[in-house]
Structure formats: structure tokens, C-alpha cells
Design a protein around this ligand. Structure first.
Ligand code: P6P
Length: 352
């Protein structure tokens, strides 16, 4: 009988090359049910959006109409870049004729976008930041896309999408794409955090790291210290602490996905606290802080506003912002201890 057993290494290599995102989702769910197939197909569409955006970014400096601003201002009051518009439309396009997603809520759109042909049957809603960190675009540094998947509740006949204004534990999946030296897709459907790397020669995202765990503590603190003058005294106390103790190092890239990815893999804490100009914080809950909070908790870490877990925050509007502390559980708790200490001092002084 011919020996058809291949050496373990090559068999393993082939099996790994075949562990695509859609296959991995089905493996995670251990099911081939219609719902499992839908979620697998949905993740595959997100992967297609990632490939389209990655391809355009890789040639940004060579193509007309990729870099620069549109001259518009979005609902956030931010100047819109051409790449923001392109990426936003890519996510919409990949879900047309999918039967999967009825609504898309984006940082770039004041109200959710409905895909009517999907709405009777499509029970999922995609919430996303199509291009995060677009200030890095013109200097060829890393960028990201962030996504969150929720199950639609009710018929939303009036288009108010009020069912989206619920806490982050309603998310059924979340993840991001990191457009860096390689393009990576990191996701969770509530069964751990897993990363895939785009193999351009295959045009497929291939499994690169399963069940990622964030260390309980890390040396990195990631924050824009240029905002020191705008912070609450408690955050300044934390910054003074890490400035005066050995074992800390500062890393800040100015693009949330890359800064978060570093913390996820190496530990430490990323902070975007409230400021004088933005007391509620800069980052948006439904498509930035909540999906990342979902991931970090799945990886054994924590995400907090400083007062409560991000995943427990109930938004009052689609583009609600929150302060964000996220990363290793010991490091998030350390920052919270400075916030608690100042709050207790304030209470004591008020009762005197
Ligand atoms: P700052 C990018 O504009 C972004 O939304 C996030 O990607 C990033 O973490 C943050 O803003 C950076 O803000 O105020 O430090 O430039």
C-alpha cells in the first residue's frame, strides 16, 4: 500500500493554509447550522472588505483620488478623507445581495444605512469604523478598521434603530483589521480571540494565532501625553506614577487599532481619558470602544471608562463617546485606583 502519510510538518503546513476565516468560524461554532453558515459568510464578507481596503492602501501613493480630503465634515465634526469615504462604501457594497446584514452603522454616517433587499431576512447589524487612524494615511503608517456585529431586535420599522442603544454584552462578534506591514484580521465570536494574516499570494486570510491571551500586566502605557493639561488630576496622578517608577515604557502611535494590537499582544494599558474639550472622551462606544472591550475581555483583560466596564455602558445615541482604559487587568485596575482615590478625597472634602 502506498504510504500516503505526509511528513507531519508539510501536512500541518497544508492544514494551516486551509484554515481560512470562514472555516475557523464553523470550527469555533462546531456546527454547520444555518445560523453558523450565516455568521461564517458574514465574516467572509468582512474579510473581502479588508482585502479591498488593503489593496487600495497598498497603492495609495500611486493612485489618483486616494489620499487627501474630500472637503466634507462628518457627523463627528471631523474632516473627511477620501479613504474614509471609500472604505465606508466598501463595507456597504460587500453586504449588498448578501441576505445577511440589514443595517450598517458607521462612524462616517449620521444614521444607519439600510439594505432593503436584505432587511426582511437579514438579522444582523454591522457597526463599524471603516478607517481608524486616518491621520496616519498620508505618512504611510498603520491604520485599522473596527467592526462589531449585533443581532437586530424587532423590525425597526421607523428606522430609529433604537435596539442598537444597548450595552456591549449584546455583541455577538467583534474584531478589527490592522493594515500594517502585513494585513491582519483579529476577531472573536465569544470563544476566544484569534488572528489571521492576509496571504496576498492566496488572497486569503490564514490563521496565524489562536486563543490570544493578554498578559495580566505589561510595561507599556499608551496615551497622548500632549493632553496632560486637559486631564482630571487622577489621570495625572497615574502618569506621575509611571514617570517615577522603573519598569514602564511609553508607546503611542495615534491610531487606536495599532496601539490596541500592541497592548493585546504585549500587555500594558491604553488610555484615552476624558479631556477639557471632550469630557466624555474622544472614542466612540458602539464601533470603537465596545468592540475592543469585547475582544480584550475574551483575551483575559479589562476595559473601563474609569468608573464602569465599557461593556456595561448603555449609550443614549448612536455616536456616544466614552473615556477608555483598556488592556491588562492589573494595569487597568491600577489606573482605576487613582480615579477612586481622588473621588474618595473629593467626597471627604465635601462632607467636611
Ligand atoms: P489624538 C484617530 O483619529 C483616533 O480616532 C484613534 O484612532 C486614536 O486612538 C485617536 O483618535 C488619537 O487621538 O487626540 O491622540 O490624536
Amino acid at each position: 500500500m502506498a504510504d500516503n502519510s505526509q511528513p507531519a510538518s508539510s501536512e500541518h503546513a497544508l492544514d494551516r493554509d486551509c484554515t481560512t476565516l470562514s472555516r475557523h468560524v464553523l470550527q469555533q461554532l462546531q456546527s454547520f447550522s444555518a445560523d453558523a453558515q450565516d455568521l461564517s459568510a458574514l465574516m467572509n464578507r468582512i474579510a473581502l472588505a479588508a482585502k479591498l481596503i488593503s489593496r487600495r492602501l497598498s497603492r495609495a501613493g500611486l493612485l489618483e483620488g486616494v489620499l487627501g480630503f474630500t472637503g466634507e465634515v462628518n457627523v463627528q465634526g471631523e474632516s473627511v478623507k477620501k479613504m474614509d469615504v471609500y472604505a465606508n462604501e466598501v463595507f456597504i457594497s460587500v453586504f449588498k445581495q448578501s441576505g445577511l446584514v440589514c443595517r450598517l452603522a458607521s462612524e462616517e454616517m449620521e444614521k444607519p444605512y439600510y439594505i432593503p433587499e436584505n432587511c426582511p431576512i437579514g438579522r444582523y447589524t454591522l457597526l463599524y469604523d471603516p478607517i481608524d487612524g486616518s491621520s496616519n494615511l498620508d505618512i504611510n503608517l498603520n491604520l485599522g478598521s473596527i467592526f462589531s456585529i449585533r443581532q437586530q431586535e424587532g423590525t425597526d420599522e421607523d428606522g430609529a434603530a433604537l435596539d442598537l442603544l444597548q450595552h456591549g454584552r449584546k455583541q455577538i462578534a467583534a474584531g478589527y483589521i490592522l493594515y500594517g506591514p502585513s494585513t491582519m484580521l483579529v476577531y472573536s465570536i465569544g470563544k476566544g480571540v484569534h488572528s489571521f494574516t492576509l496571504d496576498p499570494s492566496l488572497g486569503e486570510f490564514i490563521l496565524s494565532n489562536e486563543n490570544i491571551r493578554v498578559p495580566d500586566h505589561g510595561s507599556i502605557y499608551s496615551v497622548n501625553e500632549g493632553n496632560f493639561w486637559q486631564w482630571d488630576e487622577s489621570i495625572r496622578d497615574y502618569i506621575r506614577y509611571v514617570h517615577r517608577h522603573e519598569g514602564y515604557t511609553a508607546r503611542y502611535g495615534g491610531a487606536l487599532v495599532g496601539d490596541f494590537h500592541r497592548i493585546l499582544l504585549q500587555g500594558g494599558v491604553f488610555l484615552y481619558p476624558g479631556t477639557v474639550k471632550k469630557p466624555e472622551g474622544k472614542l466612540r462606544l458602539l464601533y470603537e470602544t465596545a468592540p475592543l472591550a469585547f475582544l480584550i475581555e475574551q483575551a483575559g483583560g479589562r476595559a473601563s471608562t474609569g468608573i464602569q466596564d465599557i461593556l456595561d455602558v448603555v449609550p443614549d445615541k448612536l455616536h456616544t463617546r466614552t473615556p477608555l482604559l483598556i488592556g491588562s487587568k492589573d494595569d487597568v485596575s491600577l489606573v482605576e485606583s487613582f480615579i477612586r482615590e481622588r473621588a474618595e478625597e473629593k467626597t471627604v472634602s465635601l462632607t467636611k
